[in-house]
Design a protein around this ligand. Sequence first.
Ligand code: AMP
Length: 425
Amino acid sequence: MSVKIPRGTQDILPGQSEKWQYIEKIAKDICRRYHYKEIRTPIFEHTELFKRSVGDTTDIVQKEMYTFEDRGERSLTLRPEGTAAVVRSFVENKMFGIPDQPVKLFYTGPMFRYERPQSGRYRQFVQFGVEAIGSEDPAIDAEVIALVMDIYKTAGLKKIKLVINSLGDAESRSAHREALINHFEPRIEEFCSDCQMRLKQNPLRILDCKKDREHELMASAPSILEYLNEVSKSYFAKVTAYLDLIGIGYTIDPKLVRGLDYYNHTAFEIMSEAEGFGAITTLCGGGRYNGLVQDLGGPESPGIGFAFSIERFIAAMEAEKIEWPVDNGLDCFVVALGDNAKDRSVSIVHELRTAGFSAERDYQDRKMKAQLKASDRQNARFTAILGEDELAENKITVKDMAQSTQDEVQLNDLVQYLKTKMEAK
Ligand code: AMP
């Protein structure tokens, strides 16, 4: 019996991987413009890190982590998200001491969650995220939101919706928490067992429940916006004013809460509104986490960030039927006839590659016709044909596949000839 890929994971094959590279390239370029620098952290961390940051009561920590003991009997966990590790690294490397704050970072890489696999939900998925740590200027909230909207816009996505909310500061959250408990407690037995647990531990998360979404008490639940104190209200007003100033449209949804414990003030999500996108429409989630650096042993250092998965990004692109400007990349296929020409083609492709072209030849000892077909299949822009006669004269025949023209070129001039032809296009 052959061994199959684990459930909830996928192979990204050639033809698909170019789409990933394309999105990563856009995201990195936008990060460069906003002056965010890349950080790379380990794929696994001490389990304790996620318990303390993501939160003991969250689904991620309670049910979804890939946790294992290593040979030294340490409990390690494959990272389920990126923020915890970035903040750990911020503290560990004393980045709070850098004169220019906030420290603006981006990351990309696989994340792991033991979730029920379905369309748009994987057990291993790739997130791209940014974190700006060390400033509580509402302009940085607007900047982070603008950055991700810019990435989507540059990729061509149009049917997306930005939803924002404020979760307030500690005082506002605690007043809201009381109100939520009073609201749900009398009828909590009508809710799922998870919600019953959430009531005392973290009632805000009841609003995020997938099972009890339709319960009538959900729609009438007290809104956080009514419990924001003056500081939180004016912070939120400033963030939305900045978004207005730079022309970013948004909808305020007082029911938007994020599944992770560390958020306060600004929370946001971006959804796809494309037809046929599927049930899970959230493309990106983010928010502010002012206490997290302290929780992880650093000084007070407020942060904000977001993460999106490339999987859902690609799904949104496909739902909107956006064309992938994917370049096949094969400049020249060298067809060789006869043993001497075949030998010589080894150095010809090498020369072309050294000069910066992508070049290919036949490795199956095929006849001329089959080699020409291969060149066609691989969408070569030029097919260079080397027979024994040409070789004797140090020449090669170059066909321009798009123009259906051909020239005989001195072998020594091949690189220059292709350069001139390519530039002319
Ligand atoms: P979260 O860290 O749960 O707020 O997720 C942030 C973003 O990561 C989501 O908006 C999705 O784009 C993506 N994401 C989260 N979980 C998964 C998953 N299991 N599979 C694919 N993408 C995911």
